[in-house]
Design a protein around this ligand. Structure first.
Ligand code: DGY
Length: 339
């Protein structure tokens, strides 16, 4: 049996590469740490059975048409809005992601952003760097308290729940809004389900952790921002397009809300000329929610394991579109049964 061919769109940790190389012939876009140019990607996938991709790659009908042998797309991320899953399913291409392994790391970063925004940490460092710290002064760089306040979590999945668990240590009132109530979260943290508007109106911190879908695109729009308290802080650690940045700019400059901490952006990467960066009440990060050494390594390993499973005929552990598994030709022949 010839070894499956896979394309890897970036240099990845060696632990993950070793898993791929044990089973597959691999080509890697290793020229630099930037996304593979689209034309090159389309050419590279022409003869592959599997693709190891990042959230910087768009997997759509055009790519699938250019990859007639493709059977598995392994995304090195839990979110997969970069992939047209329906198009993959139509063509019987398996799609996988990396849930679970990044939950706690992303919850840590969400809290780091919340704390930094509330207590003006970045702004304060800049004051020292500019030589503007003259004396202790009663209201110098005063921020918002975190302890004992109300945290509103929009999207109480794995990461949202991990954020809520941390809030217990700050004795916070926890509200959450989700597609479905989450009784486990309520039992564990005392969180209370709230309607979307109620959560916006009552929370001191609104933390957004929903996946990007057609329904959540610009979920935080002008209307949502106007409902928040003037002292409230918005934290987005999910996907940039969930927040309407034009509306957010107005909200921050006109005082509808107090500050925002953003790890994700409508169009990534952003540069230093992004309008929101000019505002002192914005803490800006370059999409580093899951960026610890251990977690990024684990994500790459999980994605590699998913990919190897798929291209060697096994059901990948983190399959996003089980329908594609059921529809593959081997399923019709019963080849996956009996063990
Ligand atoms: C994900 O996994 O979806 C993250 O955004 C990448 O850290």
């Amino acid at each position: 049996m010839p070894r499956p061919k896979v394309y890897v769109t970036r240099r990845i940790p060696r632990e993950a590469m070793a898993i791929l190389e044990a089973y597959c012939d691999c080509r890697v876009f290793a020229q630099e740490d930037t996304p593979v140019p689209r034309e090159m990607l389309l050419a590279e996938v022409a003869d592959v059975d599997g693709a190891f991709v990042l959230l910087t790659e768009r997997v759509d009908d055009e790519l699938l048409a250019a990859a007639p042998r493709l059977r598995v797309v392994a995304n090195m991320a839990v979110g997969y809005d970069n992939i047209d899953v329906a198009a993959c399913t139509r063509r019987g291409v398996l799609v996988t992601n990396t849930p679970g392994v990044l939950t706690e790391t992303t919850a840590d970063l969400t809290w780091a952003l919340l704390m930094a925004t509330a207590r003006r940490i970045v702004e304060a460092q800049k004051v020292i760097e500019r030589g503007e710290w003259r004396t202790w002064s009663p209201m110098f760089l005063t921020g918002q308290d975190v302890y004992g306040r109300t945290l509103g979590i929009i999207g109480a999945g794995r990461i949202g729940s991990a954020v809520a668990r941390r809030a217990r240590g700050f004795d916070m009132t926890i509200l959450y809004h989700n597609r479905r109530p989450n009784p486990d979260l309520e039992a564990e943290t005392g969180a209370r389900y709230a309607g979307f508007h109620e959560l916006l109106e009552q929370s001191d911190f609104v933390v957004v952790l929903v996946p990007l879908t057609q329904e959540t695109h610009h979920l935080i729009n002008e209307d949502a921002l106007r409902r928040m308290k003037p002292s409230a802080i918005l934290i987005n650690a999910s996907r940039g397009p969930v927040v309407d940045e034009t509306a957010l700019y107005k909200a921050l400059t006109e005082g509808w809300i107090w500050a925002a901490g953003l790890d994700v952006w409508e169009r990534e990467p952003i540069g230093p000329d992004h309008p929101l960066l000019a505002l002192p009440n914005v803490v800006a990060l370059p999409h580093i929610g899951s960026a610890s050494i251990a977690t990024r390594t684990r994500m790459a390993v999980v994605a590699a394991e998913n990919l190897v499973a798929g291209v060697t005929g096994r059901r990948p552990p983190n399959l996003v579109n089980p329908e594609a598994w059921d529809r593959r030709p081997a399923a019709a022949e019963g080849a996956d049964q009996g063990g």
